[in-house]
Design a protein around this ligand. Structure first.
Ligand code: GDP
Ligand code: MG
Length: 200
């Protein structure tokens, strides 16, 4: 069966998790729109951005990325936000040790909702801030290895590794799903929840 027909289209739902201000919204905007802004975007949140890509084996995938509305400021995220994810970018700021220290706390929130089966890529963002660096690349790599995560250091400002970390996560999700069609299972879930609403 050809991998490029419509039957093999995937929807891959990705969310970003991490402290406020680490650059989660910036990563999404850089990846989807190729833009960077110095403005803090906690209040200019968006719900969802999507992009069509071809995976390594030629399978078409629609990457759907959900942003937080800034609720991570209160160190908590709605369970639904985590529940809908097929894969997670877990983000800290290499120039802010506290955000690295909080990664464990975010990992717990993820495990609570999804167990430990979800593909996660650890991202040390703001790699352009070399003078202000507080977390070494080795520390990031070590934490990732200990938890079985892939690891990237990124810069939204200088457009380094942003594309790579999203694509890597999408490939991981695809592999972990046994290269199955994720779209169909998502559809089933949507149908089930629509039925629950008791619509005519
Ligand atoms: P969020 O709260 O995690 O969504 O963070 P934002 O995306 O709103 O970014 C917070 C601040 O960090 C903004 O002022 C961004 O311009 C800045 N920022 C984001 N990514 C980078 C980066 O890679 N390098 C630098 N120097 N600043 C960044
Ligand atoms: Mg944000």
């Amino acid at each position: 069966m050809s991998k490029n027909n419509n039957q093999n289209k995937l929807d891959i739902k990705i969310i970003t998790i991490g402290d406020s201000h680490v650059g989660k919204s910036s990563l999404i905007i850089n990846y989807i729109d190729n833009k960077f802004s110095n403005v803090y975007m906690s209040t200019i949140g968006f719900d969802l951005k999507a992009k069509q890509i071809n995976l390594k084996d030629g399978t078409e995938a629609k990457i759907m990325i959900y942003d937080t509305a800034g609720q991570e400021r209160f160190k908590s995220l709605a369970a639904n936000y985590i529940k809908k994810a097929n894969g997670i970018l877990l983000v800290y700021d290499i120039a802010d040790k506290t955000t690295f220290g909080n990664i464990g706390m975010w990992m717990k929130s993820i495990t609570q909702e999804k167990g430990d089966k979800l593909p996660i890529v650890l991202v040390g963002n703001k790699a352009d801030l070399t003078e202000e660096r507080e977390v070494s690349s080795e520390e990031g790599k070590k934490l990732a290895e200990e938890n079985g995560f892939h690891f990237f250091e990124t810069s939204c400002k200088n457009d380094i590794n942003v594309n790579e970390c999203f694509v890597d996560l999408a490939e991981l999700v695809y592999e972990k799903s046994g290269k199955k069609i994720i779209q169909n299972s998502n559809k089933k879930l949507e149908n089930a929840s629509n039925k629950k609403k008791g619509c005519c």
